[in-house]
Design a protein around this ligand. Sequence first.
Ligand SMILES: [Zn+2]
Length: 457
Amino acid sequence: MSMDPTVGNFENADVLIEGKRIVAVGPGIDASDAEVIDARGRIVMPGFVDTHHHLFETAERALLANGLLLDDGSGSPSSFPAYAQHILGGFAKAYRPQDVYINALFGRIAQLDAGVTTVLDVSQIHHSPEHTDAAIQALVDAGGRSAFGFFEGDDRASVRYPEDAYRLKNQWFSSDDQLVSLVMGGELYIGEESYVRSWEIARELGVKIAAHAVGSWGMRPLYDEIAQGSGKVRVGPDNLFIHMTGMSDDTWRRFRDAGAQVSISFPIEMVMRHGTPPILKMQELGMEPSLSSDVETTMTADPFTLMRSAMSMQRMAVNQMVLDQGDYVPPTNYPTPAEGTPELLTVRDVLRYATVNGAQHLGLDGRTGTLTPGKDADIVLLDATALNVAPLNSVPGAVVTLMDRSNVETVIVAGEIRKWQGRMLDANLTTLRQELETSRDFLFEAAGFDQDLFKYS
Ligand SMILES: [Zn+2]
């Protein structure tokens, strides 16, 4: 399944890789001197792309299993701990560079294991240049394709955001031909002086600008202001906005016209009260999202969960809309959708969101997102003979409706095998887990949380 309409799909075919690139896709490729991976019974497709994951929070996995974005004052089990108060305003302040490193490394390897060959690490932990270097080193050491999102730190004196981007460009990102690339964080909530400067630096360096847009966080007026052109920054095709929940119709239209992109975190937005994932608005405007996992404090980061959540949420909304066009009384209990009703999402739609669109939104579509000759070989082999999948009747259908991370058998990034027959290569997972647990112990102590396996859920 190439995800490239000009290449097409095949029941049986070969993918020829030379060095890090794909050189041919099709049946019966003659390459008798090539080393062969026998992929019979496997779905061969491009690796998944996650356009927004806060990798530094791996130590707090599932700590906010019920948690909301903000403490809503209800005193309910969902109001404590809350994300803004206790993760960003609590745990994050305690991170040392070594915590940033092991959290990001472990989280990134876990995503590779789940078939995510490309991720945007929305890294908001830059309390000092040492924190920043640790975050980038982790992405390099994990061996996946990653966009490093250089976002702010807290308010201590050692913070070098956003000016440190120049050093990062020279020291870490001087070549375009490497697996880890730079994206600039450009949050509007950090104050005008700072965001104007970060957008300016991004454009000078020619990198994309990513920013959260969350109505329930109170960002709507600021977004309206910049959309209307009355702020000091201009929105363009290099902007990637995350969530876009609760934004005004006018802002949506203006962002669409400016060519901006949107990453939707379906499970997190629904669970943590960001607002309803704006998929119907995007359909109305002829836009398509990429998918993102956001935070493992509250939900797993695997791409299958993201695709299934997108499809389930959108179809729930549209199916009810159609049923409401009738009255549950025969013969109008199951109406033909009225003109103008949004199309139901299909498995092919969400697969495109999770591959092609993600690559485009990170500016990496020249390298990844499809199995296309000339692109880098970012490929996953999914086991279609498995107990939860066989017999195989539909390739797009099986990937979206049946599979999970246990079916991700082999993962290749730029021609290098990172996971082989179910096992991550070149990573001592036992040692890494112990290092992560040590970091977790430190962070829980520093943030004043008990290590009690039942207390916070
Ligand atoms: Zn986020």
